[in-house]
Design a protein around this ligand. Structure first.
Ligand code: PLP
Length: 448
């Protein structure tokens, strides 16, 4: 087999870093584990990329794909339907909160986010508010890489190469309570402040120019920022007051990741749109969706009305069949209930790591955690650029992997280790994660 670097251009990868060494090549998965080409086993601490929620090696999902491909491999959803898309759309709308009953399929998360922004703009044009087009989102949040989604993304490091982006992406503070610039001792006041920052941004921009607010239930990038108490309640009030759509970007946070089918349900808020992807098929086929409220579809139901948007593979029959089979697994094994029953154990196992001097914060919910690393626990001082380079990129990712744990050492915000195992994981996997992290983080500290 040719070397992985000869022709394969990997995503978000410093290709040169592999010029001297082998690219880790994963060939097989079973349950919460994957194996590389040399036969070494790794605990999949990130469910691939927050994707493989039902776990690896589910032959029934592979069989569902094969059966559908044999029956009808492809037909577009452009003026025609196929049964798996119809059934899946119905199943999804039975699980969503409130009147989120209109399912627009895509092939992934960026396309779902892109579709949501386009729908927000097109909707306001149809209801007589054509100047509403901007989008509010949070610093360091990741919402995808297509030009619209990238504009919504709050990570300068992955944007500057591609500027100018789509205009109208407005940024507000995120809910990183560990580094709260205000109200650091009071989560309720902090949540109120962070939500009110959205109102202030809308005021500053002009309410008649703002179409939507895009928020993840738990912000992934930066290392799992859960919403402070009252945050989403206040955001909903603000969105209602200014007639701005609330988009819950649940590309990661749906399908059991937070112990509910949707993150909005976990935190008790009603979005106007949910964007999702990843775990909807547990990764056995690519699929995403933008799920809109009945109200948002209404202006498109006139005789000549249409949402002039689509992608060839959106709602691919094979992906829809796989998603249906995946949701069967979810129901039969009560994976969502399993997360709820075990999330406390996951949290308390990870919290044991607090005794390490390098561990500043352990935060998250469900099966979705970030561990922030610090240079000084008392002052919360973080690492400078050179230390981050040495510690995270130079040592941690590889050392964790070599020790048998695939997860992510991320420094798009402050340095964090991110964990999101398949939802079938239990105490044995939590202990394995804790032990590997303990060994490797202790070694990292001694190298500082
Ligand atoms: C919250 C969120 N939105 C959007 C995306 C983009 O999804 P995709 O990579 O499927 O395009 C991601 C990907 O990680 C995400 O986490």
């Amino acid at each position: 087999m040719a070397n992985a670097t000869d022709h394969l251009w990997m995503h978000f990868t410093r290709m040169a870093s592999y010029s001297a060494g082998e690219v880790p090549t994963i060939v097989r998965g079973e349950g919460a584990y994957v194996w590389d080409a040399q036969g070494r086993r790794y605990l999949d601490g990130l469910a691939g990329l927050f994707v493989v929620n039902a776990g690896h090696g589910r032959t029934e999902l592979a069989e569902a794909a094969a059966k559908q491909a044999g029956e009808l491999a492809y037909f577009p959803l452009w003026s025609y339907a196929h049964p798996t898309a119809v059934e899946l759309a119905e199943r999804i709308s039975s699980l969503t909160p409130g009147d989120l009953n209109r399912v627009f399929f895509t092939t992934g998360g960026s396309e779902a986010v892109e579709a949501a922004w386009k729908l927000a703009r097109a909707y306001f044009k149809r209801v007589g508010k054509p100047t509403k087009h901007k989008v509010v989102s949070r610093y360091i949040a990741y919402h995808g890489t297509s030009m619209g989604a990238l504009s919504i993304t709050g990570l300068p490091g992955i944007k500057t190469d591609f500027e100018p982006l789509v205009p109208g992406g407005i940024k507000v503070p995120n809910t990183n309570f560990y580094r709260a610039p205000e109200h650091g001792d009071d989560p309720v006041a902090f949540g109120r402040w962070a939500a009110d920052e959205i109102a202030r941004a809308i005021e500053r921009e002009g309410p008649d120019t703002v179409a939507a607010v895009f928020l993840e239930p738990v912000q992934n990038s930066g290392g799992c920022f859960p919403p402070p108490p009252g945050y989403f309640e206040r955001v909903r009030e603000i969105c209602d007051a200014y007639d701005v759509l609330l988009v819950s970007d649940e590309v990661i946070c749906s399908w059991g990741r937070l112990g509910e089918y949707f993150g909005a349900v976990r935190y008790g808020y009603q979005p106007d749109i949910i964007t999702t992807a990843k775990g909807i098929t547990s990764g056995y086929a690519p699929l995403g969706a933008m799920i809109a409220s009945d109200r948002l579809m209404e202006p498109f139901l006139t005789e000549t009305g249409m949402f002039a948007h689509g992608v060839t593979f959106g709602g691919h029959p094979v992906s829809c069949a796989v998603a249906l089979a995946n949701l069967e697994v979810f129901a039969r094994e009560d994976l969502v209930g399993h997360v709820r029953a075990n999330e406390g154990a996951f949290r308390s196992t990870l919290e044991k790591l607090h005794d390490l001097p390098i561990v500043g914060d352990v935060r998250g919910d469900g099966y979705f955690y970030g561990i922030e690393l610090v240079k000084d626990k008392t002052t919360r001082e973080t690492f400078d650029e050179a230390e981050s380079e040495r510690l995270l990129r130079g040592f941690l990712s590889t050392a964790l992997f070599d020790a048998g744990l695939y997860c992510r050492a991320d420094d798009r915000g402050d340095p964090v280790v991110q964990l999101a195992p398949p939802l079938i994981a239990g105490q044995q996997q939590f202990d394995e994660i804790e032990q590997i992290l303990r060994t490797v983080l202790t070694e990292a500290w001694s190298r500082l």
